[in-house]
Design a binder for this molecule. Structure first.
Ligand code: PAF
Length: 279
């Protein structure tokens, strides 16, 4: 496995490749990322993973500076998972000048849910992903379903810019107790880690009531939020949405079987966790 830090070397290494499969990451890798790499490896090759902590997608008060940089360990994990090339640019390699051209997703998708609580987040994500796509020029790129809205935003960007890249969703990998794997789980204290699977359990309960004609959508959401609050969480959102556009379903859609997804973001202590469940 090659580890490359500059754009010039990346372009030279990938010259002539037409089947590159790409997994963008911010490093600090866990089994969830490695599952995405294995999925990429099934799609052809070569498999490229990027490791780049993208300042543009962090708000000023967020954890950009303390976000763990663990490149040596990440590379040890990536090689046996089937990665052929790691692209790990320094910040001034990817952003040699202030990134003034940016990709703004539509407000209807980019300013709701995560975008409401992290303004500008999806502009930061789209801008770096657009740039990484230009660098790597993949045929396929794999994005985890754990970041459900991010996956939707990227799918929309690729479709609307007619980018010749197949976006492949990667299933969320969970710990034995149901907690979705995330780099941020490492911030949890032992007590918080024990409590963290409640988020998934509340989503499962919401999903169980999603089609219940005896409950309104507001009831289902409010009950879930109450459970979290009682257990010491501070929910940002806990909501049932249409899978197609992440907007609220009408009752006719909800009760008529439209594909839905339950989505949550909530703080446990100082750590903000997100998760989702299709239903
Ligand atoms: O999901 C992530 O880790 C990041 O948002 C991504 C897609 C690598 C862009 O920085």
């Amino acid at each position: 496995m090659q580890v490359i830090h500059t754009l010039a070397e990346l372009r030279a290494a990938l010259a002539g490749q037409t089947r590159t499969a790409f997994v963008p990451t911010m490093g600090n890798l866990h089994e969830g990322h490695l599952a995405l790499v294995r999925e990429a490896a099934r799609r052809g090759g070569p498999v490229v993973a990027s490791v780049f902590v993208n300042r543009l997608q962090f708000l000023p008060h967020e954890d950009f500076d303390r976000y763990p940089r663990t490149l040596a360990r990440d590379c040890e994990l990536l090689a046996p998972a089937g990665c052929d090339l790691v692209f790990a640019p320094a910040e001034d390699e990817l952003y040699p000048e202030p990134q003034a051209y940016k990709v703004h997703p539509p407000a209807a998708l980019g300013d709701i849910l995560e975008g409401e609580f992290r303004p500008g987040f999806f502009t930061g994500v789209c801008t770096v992903v657009m740039k990484l796509f230009q660098c790597v020029q993949p045929a396929v790129a794999v994005f985890g379903q754990k970041d459900y809205q991010q996956l939707k935003v990227i799918q929309g960007m690729v479709r609307q810019f007619a980018m010749p890249i197949e976006i492949v969703p990667g299933a969320t990998v969970r710990a034995d107790d149901g907690l979705a794997l995330s780099s941020r789980n490492g911030y949890l204290s032992a007590a918080e880690r024990a409590e963290a699977p409640t988020l998934q359990q509340v989503l499962a309960r919401m999903a169980g009531h999603a089609r219940d004609p005896g409950c309104t959508l507001a009831d289902v959401e409010a009950r879930g939020a109450q459970v979290l609050r009682e257990r010491g969480w501070a929910p940002d959102y806990l909501t049932l949405r249409r899978r197609s556009d992440l907007l609220p379903p009408s009752d006719a859609q909800r009760l008529g079987g439209a594909p839905l997804v339950a989505l949550a973001a909530a703080k446990l202590g100082a750590t903000r966790l997100i998760d989702n469940l299709e239903c």
